[in-house]
Design a protein around this ligand. Structure first.
Ligand SMILES: *Cc1c(COP(=O)(O)O)cnc(C)c1O
Length: 445
């Protein structure tokens, strides 16, 4: 019980933390003292040695942002949990420029009067997709809602049972359909849907045929689906939720995927196509809707368009990303760069890091070949050859090592396989390497 008497007074401790914002220091001290008192009461604490250390740690927690940079060593390029697409310096600099100044967001400089915020990306998107008209909203979930609400409110929409998907974070096609006021008409079976299934489901109540990209899974075996081109033969408007929304034909870069580009979808004659801005496109979060003018105009006029509108910083990021596409500067789009990286480049980066790690005491490092995934609802069938560093620590279990890395500054997100912690070097950037070294140096035994 005598420990209680040795707890310093708040004012006394505060003097030791004079260099920190005082209100925060006071709060940290109070919180730590309360915790310490409880621990003493429960007999879980024998000394007060670490008191100042605990307070400093708490102050650090209270003064750093919650949202922070992390190092993605998972190899999943479009990692939704880690913020999906990373933007390049060019794009980030432009966002900053627009953020810290006034801009012509909704002002037509040539006419000196009110303009449209979408005008900044309209032409770029028309050129890059070949579409007659475009619309952009907050994200693709919003786009799906807006398209269905505009074109099929109170009417029927025919969708294959094989395409009633759920995307991470509770986005389900039947649910968004209900919320939009459209009536879902399911056709076919999970694995096979034929043109005749759609044909039979069409009635005077049908407003739209819809196809949904199976973004996060794929089916193999006894599978049949109806291509967009065939559906168009039924003479009804067709909407395709393409999910990941690529602006380039990835096959032309040697990626073996069925994933179509916006341009291919438009060329095939689909009336309305939507996709995300931050998946394969590699830009900021956005929902891009392209297609035939008569439909897009109706969608733009929907009052919900305003509720789902794209924010100006996102718009700045999107415009600059689209300009990089126009200049064919794909190297400056990190998502594409990481996906298109040759295994040999990844191996070189892995070797550079492993050479530095080999001299560390208590750490065993192995170079391993592995497979990384695209992630983020794009190309689930694709296996990308990659190189990982497998780490084993002399006095930490893999679970403990993974946790230590996750709690370092910046946090390093890795995965465990067998008895090793794997750093997949596909998504680790050169600039991350000093931070990884620093984190592991702190764990040297
Ligand atoms: C990812 C995805 C969505 C949701 O897009 P967000 O931009 O995340 O809102 C909708 N449909 C499909 C098919 C998707 O893959």
């Amino acid at each position: 019980m005598s420990l209680f008497r040795h707890i310093p007074q708040v004012s006394k401790l505060l003097e030791d933390f004079r260099d920190y914002p005082q209100e925060i220091a006071k709060r940290a001290i109070r919180e730590v003292l309360q915790k310490v008192r409880e621990e003493i009461k429960e007999g879980r604490r024998q000394s007060l040695e670490d008191l100042r250390e605990l307070i400093e740690k708490r102050i650090r927690e209270l003064t750093t942002t919650n949202l922070r940079r992390v190092i993605n060593a998972t190899g999943v390029v479009i990692n939704t949990n880690l913020g999906r697409s990373v933007l390049s310096e060019e794009v980030a600099d432009f966002i900053k420029e627009i953020a810290v100044h006034y801009s012509n967001l909704e002002y037509d400089l040539s006419k000196g009067r009110r303009g449209s915020r979408l005008s900044h990306v309209e032409e770029l998107l028309r050129v890059l997709t070949g579409a007659e008209a475009v619309h952009v909203v907050n994200n693709n979930a919003g786009a799906v809602y807006l398209v269905l609400n505009t074109l099929a409110f109170g009417k029927e929409v025919v969708v294959s049972r094989g395409e009633l998907v759920e995307i991470g974070g509770s986005f389900r096609i039947p649910d968004i359909m209900r919320a939009s006021g459209a009536k879902l008409v399911e056709v076919g079976t999970t694995n096979r849907t034929r043109l005749s299934d759609y044909e039979r489901a069409i009635s005077s109540e049908t407003a739209l045929l819809m196809k949904v990209h199976r973004s996060n899974f794929y089916m193999e075996g006894f599978v049949e689906e109806v291509k967009a081109e065939e559906l168009l033969s039924l003479g009804l408007p067709l909407y395709y939720d393409m999910g990941s929304g690529s602006l380039v034909n990835l096959r032309s870069f040697g990626i073996n995927t069925e994933e179509p580009s916006f341009e291919e979808c438009i060329k095939s004659g689909i009336h309305v196509v939507s996709g995300s801005g931050d998946k394969l496109l590699g830009g900021p979060q956005a929902g891009i809707i392209v297609g035939k003018r008569e439909f897009i105009e109706r969608i733009r006029k929907n009052p919900m368009s305003r509720a789902l509108r794209i924010d100006k910083l996102t718009l700045a990021g999107l415009e600059m990303t689209l300009r990089l596409y126009m200049q064919r500067d794909y190297e400056k789009i990190p998502t594409l760069r990481m996906l298109l990286q040759k295994p040999e480049e990844i191996r070189k980066r892995a070797l550079r890091l492993s050479r530095r790690l080999r001299s560390m005491v208590g750490l065993e490092v192995r170079l391993l070949r592995d497979i990384s995934r695209c992630g983020g609802g794009a190309m689930p069938e694709l296996s990308l050859e990659t190189y990982c560093l497998g780490l084993r620590h002399k006095s930490l279990s893999p679970v403990e090592l993974e946790k230590k890395l996750r709690n370092s500054d910046p946090p390093i997100i890795a995965r465990i396989r067998d008895d090793m912690v794997l750093l997949d070097m596909r998504t680790v950037e050169d600039g991350d390497i000093p931070d990884i070294l620093k984190a592991l140096e702190l764990l040297e035994v």
